[in-house]
Design a binder for this molecule. Structure first.
Ligand code: ATR
Length: 269
């Protein structure tokens, strides 16, 4: 029986097991996928013991960087991201990948395959933003503006891409009509900030693609405002499904049915 899992802390909320079990069953495979909470203080002692039992696993907050010293090699894109969300055992060696940004692009392609001529605004400059930013730069090549509450983090993110720019939130609000795609990557809209938006959409053009990487709630106040402005909206569910599907393919060599995975997640939300 092949064993897969997702590690994180906290991890109880993760719907990755439901999603991957749906894919496993649809393909008639013999495998299990579990949640594994790893103690933050004991990470260095717990992780090698955990890895011994696994064929592959996903990594989520707060371990996407801490896992790296335990791996034998990194895929080039994961190396660029400096973060790993998927680990694969290959000929007794551990290889790290990052499917978050590529999963985002695959999800977005369901409503809008990103083009080099798109003008993109990313709100936020944390870990999630970085994976998406680098996937856009490496795979598509669109111009990207990054807006963040702490502008120094946005400036750091775009280093090495002189065609791009970092903006304050209020500057981005003023320039909003110049973007064809707006991507919300901050945690605003979750938990304590469930009624807030990270940026005003007053100047948004109708028809703009607006996506939020949050999928629970299904429609954040940010997406509601975008919808009122007649934007084409997408929540974070397609990204979640496609990052999982890419991981599944790396472990098993098989393409899972993303529609079945999506239905399983929706049923558990
Ligand atoms: P993740 O890995 O999920 O991206 P992170 O690295 O902690 O998480 O990044 C969180 C992002 O959300 C950052 O861009 C952060 O802005 P700062 O860099 O200024 O901290 C943004 N963020 C979080 N809470 C916010 C808030 N209340 N208002 C605006 N931005 C916020």
């Amino acid at each position: 029986m092949e064993k897969f899992a997702v590690i994180g802390n906290p991890i109880a909320h993760s719907l990755s097991p439901e999603m991957h079990h749906a894919a496993i069953h649809a393909l008639g495979m013999e495998a299990v996928y579990t949640r594994q909470k790893i103690d933050i203080e004991q990470f260095n002692t717990e992780i090698p013991l955990f890895m011994e039992k696994m064929e592959g696993f996903n990594v989520t907050v707060p371990f996407k960087e801490r896992i790296i010293p335990f791996l034998d090699s990194l895929d080039e894109f994961a190396e660029k991201c400096g973060a790993v969300n998927t680990v694969v055992r290959r000929n007794s060696k551990w290889v790290g990948y990052n499917t978050d940004g590529l999963g985002y692009l695959a999800g977005l392609a369901e409503i809008h395959p990103l083009r080099p001529t798109d003008s993109v605004l990313i709100i936020g400059a944390g870990g999630a933003s970085k994976g998406i930013y680098l996937a856009i730069k490496e795979k598509i090549g669109s111009r990207v503006v990054v807006a963040n509450r702490t502008i120094s983090k946005a400036e750091q993110l775009i280093q090495g891409y002189p065609e791009d720019a970092a903006l304050t939130i209020s500057e981005a609000e003023k320039q909003l009509a110049s973007f064809s795609v707006v991507i919300q990557t901050t945690s605003v809209g979750l938990l304590k900030t469930a009624n807030e938006t990270p940026l005003s959409l007053a100047n948004l053009r109708p028809g703009t693609i607006v996506s939020d990487i949050i999928y629970n709630p299904k429609k954040t106040p940010f997406l509601k405002e975008a919808e009122e402005k007649r934007a084409i909206i997408q929540n974070g569910l397609p990204m979640f499904i496609h990052q999982g599907a890419l991981a599944f393919e790396l472990w098993t060599g098989q393409k899972p049915d993303t529609e079945i995975m999506k239905q399983a997640v929706l049923a558990s939300l």
